[in-house]
Ligand binder design. Structure first.
Ligand code: MN
Length: 253
């Protein structure tokens, strides 16, 4: 995502050693350097606002492929490089292309992705839902993932299901039972209550005003090359790559 790259660039301008330098030389910086520092701070602030408002749900057409926060082989052995390259590079790219073609020249062009999912039907609804689903899906993984959620999400899961293990069991049960292609979502309602729910095809909790927290893609394209018909084994492996820091932030928002 270009905006993220811009933000990273501005963040990189402000390295820790530079901040240390600022502290040490606080009384002896030249007016030119002060001006320069102020300029950097303003740019950093603006780029952070841009990142905040550029979340997939608030983005507008034309949509583009989100940037993966890891290399395509980084999720092995849970998900192979080949599966990531096809799933992300081909399937997700196709959903993005489809939506951009479908909305061009229509009133949908000015709407956010959320508004399209909430208001559209049929092919547009499914393809737009798949952009959001896959954005949340791929960004919720990390090669350093796994373990258990901490903080508010960890507490809310324990309050609802008794333990993290019991939650995983219930989530996996629903994901395994979903007939055909679709998604299993952990979502929260307006009161912050958690629920697990299955959606067919490109369905997403935002269609019901719920906030999506964690989604498992159980379309065969997500696992068939690596696990063939063994969907349950694929689901079991996914727990080892969940980035609970990213997922917890969705709950806290
Ligand atoms: Mn998929």
């Amino acid at each position: 995502m270009p905006i993220c790259m811009i933000a990273n660039y501005f963040l990189s301008l402000h390295t820790p050693s530079e901040r240390m330098e600022d502290k040490i030389q606080i009384h002896s910086v030249s007016p030119l350097k002060q001006k320069n520092m102020m300029f950097k701070k303003i740019l950093l602030f603006l780029s952070l606002i841009a990142v905040q408002s550029a979340a997939a749900q608030d983005s507008r057409p034309p949509f583009s492929l989100p940037q993966l926060p890891y290399a395509t082989n980084a999720l092995e052995p849970a998900i192979s490089k080949q599966t990531v390259e096809l799933h992300y590079g081909k399937h997700l790219q196709a959903y993005v292309n489809n939506v951009n073609k479908m909305v061009a020249g229509t009133t949908w062009e000015g709407k956010t992705l959320n508004e399209i999912i909430a208001g559209a039907e049929g092919a547009l609804y499914n393809n737009a839902g798949q952009i959001l689903n896959h954005d949340l899906y791929f960004k919720g993984f990390s090669p350093k993932g796994g373990g258990e959620p901490k903080g508010n999400l960890g507490k809310a899961i324990k309050a609802k299901w008794g333990s993290f293990e019991a939650f995983k069991e219930e989530f996996a049960k629903q994901a395994t039972a979903l007939f055909g292609s679709g998604w299993t979502w952990l979502a929260k309602d307006a009161d912050g209550r958690l629920l697990i729910k299955n959606y067919a095809n490109g369905g997403n909790p935002v269609e019901e005003g719920l906030t999506p927290i964690l989604g498992f893609d159980v379309w065969e394209h997500a696992y068939y090359l690596d696990y063939q018909n063994r969907r349950a084994d694929h689901i079991k492996a996914l727990w080892s790559i969940i980035d609970w820091k990213v997922v917890s932030r969705r709950f806290d928002r």
